[in-house]
Ligand binder design. Structure first.
Ligand code: ADP
Length: 490
C-alpha cells in the first residue's frame, strides 16, 4: 500500500515537473518569437516614417531652388497646390523681403535654418499632432506645416493599428506624439523597447516602439495541450506498468500456489501418518490381548494365535502405507536450499504480492523495525511462511469492522535470532484453539484445510528456526517466526 502510494507520488511529481518544464519552455519560445516580431515591425515602422519625413527636406529644397512664381497674375502660387498632392502638408508659407512670416516663430526658425544651412523646426507642439519646418533661401524662404496623423503610411503599416499590442510614438525634446496606442504598457510581464531617430537631420524625431507581454499573451493553448499530452502519456505508461505488475503478481501467486501444493503433499503424508495411529493402536491392543491369553492357565492358544495374526496383518498394512507415503513424499535431489536472505525483502515481496488483498479489506499494513535483517533460510520456504501468515491475519481481520483493522509486521533480532512478528487486530486465538494451532488438518475456518500453519511450522523448523503463536496483550494474534541470523548479524 505504502509502496504504491509512493510510486503514485513519483508519477504525479514526475508529471508536474515535465509539465512545468515544457510549459516554461513553450512560454520562453513564444516570448522570443514575439520579441523577434516586435523588432522586425519596429524596424519597418522606423524605415517607413524616415522615408516620409525625408521627403519634406526634398520638397523644401525644390521650392528653394525653383522659387516658383504664379503662372498668371491673379492665380495662386504653385506651392499652394502641394497640400493637394501631399495630404500631410497642411499649408505652405512663403516669405521674402516684402512678405513677412505670419508667425514670428517661423522667422526664428528661418534664422536657425540660415545658420545651419538646412531646414529647421519651428518651436514644437508635438501633442497637437503638427509641426512646422522652415528652409531659409533667397529671395524667398519656405515653411511647411505638417500633419503628423497624415504622415503615417497606414497602407504599408506592418501591424493592425487597432489590435496590435505595440505602442509607437514620435518623441522629441521631451514631447511625444502617439502614432499607435497599442495595448496596456503597465503591469507585470516582459517589456520590449525600440528607439531610433528618423533618418532626417532636420526632423530628429525619435521613433519609440514599446510592447509589454503580460500573462494574457502567453501561449495558453499550446501550454494546455502540452500538459494534457504529458498527462496522457504518463497515464498510459502507468497503466502499462500496472499491467506488468499485475502479471508479475499473478505469476508469483501461481508459483507460490505450486510450491504450496507440493508442500501440502508432504503435510498430507504427515496427516495420514497421524491417521495411522489407529491401526497401530489396534496392533498394540491385539498383541497385549495375545499376551494375556498366553498367560492364562491353560493358555488359550487358538485365540491368541488369531489375535497375533490380526496384529501382524494390520502392522504389515500400516508399514505398507507408511512406505508408500514416504516414497511419494521424498523428493529426490531436493536438498538443503538454505542461503543468506534479507527477511525484510521477503516481507516486502509478500506485501507487494498481497496488495490487492489488503486493499480489498481496507487494511494498510505497517512494516516496522529493522531496515534489513539477514537470516539463513530457504528463500522459497520463507516466502511461503510469510505469505501464509499474512493471509491468515487478513482472514482474521475480516471478522472485525474495517476501521479497527491493523496489521503490523515487525522485524528485529531477539536472543541471537532474526524474528518476524506478524500482529493483527483480529479476534485473537481462543484458549482451546491455541494448543492445536499447528496440528495438521486443524481448522476453525469453514472450508479451511488446516494445513497452512502446520506446513509453516514444518518449514520453519526445517530451516533451524521456529514458529509460535500467542495472543497480544492489546488484543489480536501475534505469530513469531524465528530464523538463524546470517554470519556477523548475531
Ligand atoms: P486454515 O487457514 O486452512 O484454517 P491454518 O493452519 O492456516 O489453516 O490455520 C489454522 C487455524 O488457526 C485457523 O483455522 C484459525 O482458527 C487459526 N488462526 C490462524 N491464524 C490466525 C490469526 N491470525 N488469528 C486468529 N486465528 C488464527
Amino acid at each position: 500500500m505504502r509502496q504504491s502510494w509512493r510510486s503514485q507520488r513519483w508519477w504525479v511529481s514526475g508529471g508536474v515537473v515535465l509539465s512545468l518544464a515544457g510549459a516554461v519552455l513553450l512560454a520562453r519560445q513564444s516570448l522570443e518569437q514575439q520579441r523577434a516580431l516586435f523588432e522586425t515591425d519596429a524596424r519597418i515602422v522606423h524605415r517607413l516614417l524616415s522615408q516620409q519625413v525625408v521627403q519634406h527636406d526634398a520638397i523644401l529644397a525644390t521650392l528653394a531652388l525653383l522659387q516658383p512664381a504664379p503662372a498668371a497674375p491673379g492665380t495662386g502660387s504653385p506651392e499652394q497646390r502641394l497640400p493637394a498632392l501631399y495630404p500631410r502638408i497642411l499649408s505652405v508659407h512663403r516669405s521674402d523681403a516684402a512678405t513677412p512670416w505670419p508667425d514670428p516663430a517661423l522667422a526664428e526658425a528661418e534664422n536657425l535654418s540660415r545658420q545651419s544651412g538646412r531646414a529647421a523646426l519651428a518651436p514644437l507642439d508635438l501633442p497637437s499632432g503638427r509641426y512646422r519646418l522652415v528652409l531659409a533661401s533667397e529671395p524667398a524662404s519656405y515653411a511647411l506645416t505638417i500633419d503628423l496623423r497624415a504622415l503615417v503610411p497606414w497602407t504599408e503599416w506592418p501591424m493592425s493599428p487597432d489590435s496590435s499590442h505595440v505602442r509607437v510614438e514620435l518623441v522629441h525634446a521631451g514631447q511625444r506624439h502617439v502614432v499607435q496606442a497599442g495595448g496596456p504598457q503597465a503591469g507585470a510581464g516582459s517589456r520590449f523597447e525600440f528607439h531610433k531617430v528618423v533618418a532626417a537631420e532636420s526632423q530628429p524625431f525619435d521613433v519609440v516602439a514599446t510592447q509589454t507581454v503580460g500573462w494574457r499573451q502567453w501561449p495558453w493553448g499550446r501550454m494546455t495541450a502540452w500538459v494534457l499530452a504529458v498527462a496522457a502519456v504518463l497515464a498510459a505508461l502507468q497503466h502499462l506498468q500496472r499491467q506488468r505488475l499485475a502479471r508479475r503478481r499473478a505469476e508469483e501467486l501461481l508459483r507460490l500456489g505450486q510450491v504450496a501444493r507440493l508442500n501440502t503433499l508432504g503435510e498430507l503424508a504427515a496427516g495420514m501418518a497421524h491417521e495411522l495411529n489407529q491401526p497401530l493402536t489396534a496392533v498394540l491392543a491385539n498383541t497385549q490381548a495375545a499376551q494375556r491369553l498366553l498367560d492364562d492357565e491353560p493358555p488359550e492358544l487358538a485365540t491368541a494365535r488369531s489375535a497375533m495374526a490380526q496384529a501382524a496383518a494390520q502392522a504389515r498394512r500400516a508399514a505398507e502405507v507408511v512406505g508408500r507415503l514416504r516414497r511419494v513424499v521424498e523428493r529426490p535431489g531436493n536438498g538443503d536450499q538454505r542461503q543468506t536472505v534479507d527477511a525484510v525483502d521477503a516481507v516486502r515481496r509478500a506485501l507487494d504480492l498481497l496488495e490487492p488483498e489488503c486493499q480489498r479489506r481496507s487494511v494498510v499494513p505497517v512494516l516496522d523495525g529493522a531496515a534489513s535483517l539477514a537470516v539463513v533460510a530457504d528463500p522459497v520456504a520463507l516466502d511461503q511462511i510469510v505469505h501464509n501468515l499474512i493471509v491468515n491475519a487478513l482472514q482474521a481481520l475480516e471478522q472485525v469492522p474495517a476501521s479497527q483493522r491493523r496489521l503490523t509486521l515487525t522485524l528485529h533480532t531477539v536472543d541471537g535470532l532474526g524474528e518476524l512478528a506478524v500482529a493483527d487486530s483480529g479476534p485473537g486465538i481462543p484458549a482451546e484453539v491455541l494448543p492445536r494451532l499447528f496440528e495438521p488438518f486443524f481448522s476453525t475456518r469453514e472450508g479451511g484445510l488446516g494445513l497452512g500453519l502446520s506446513l509453516c511450522e514444518t518449514l520453519a523448523s526445517g530451516m533451524g528456526g521456529s514458529l509460535s503463536a500467542a495472543n497480544a496483550s492489546t488484543g489480536g494474534a501475534v505469530f513469531r517466526l524465528r530464523l538463524p541470523l546470517a554470519n556477523g548479524q548475531a
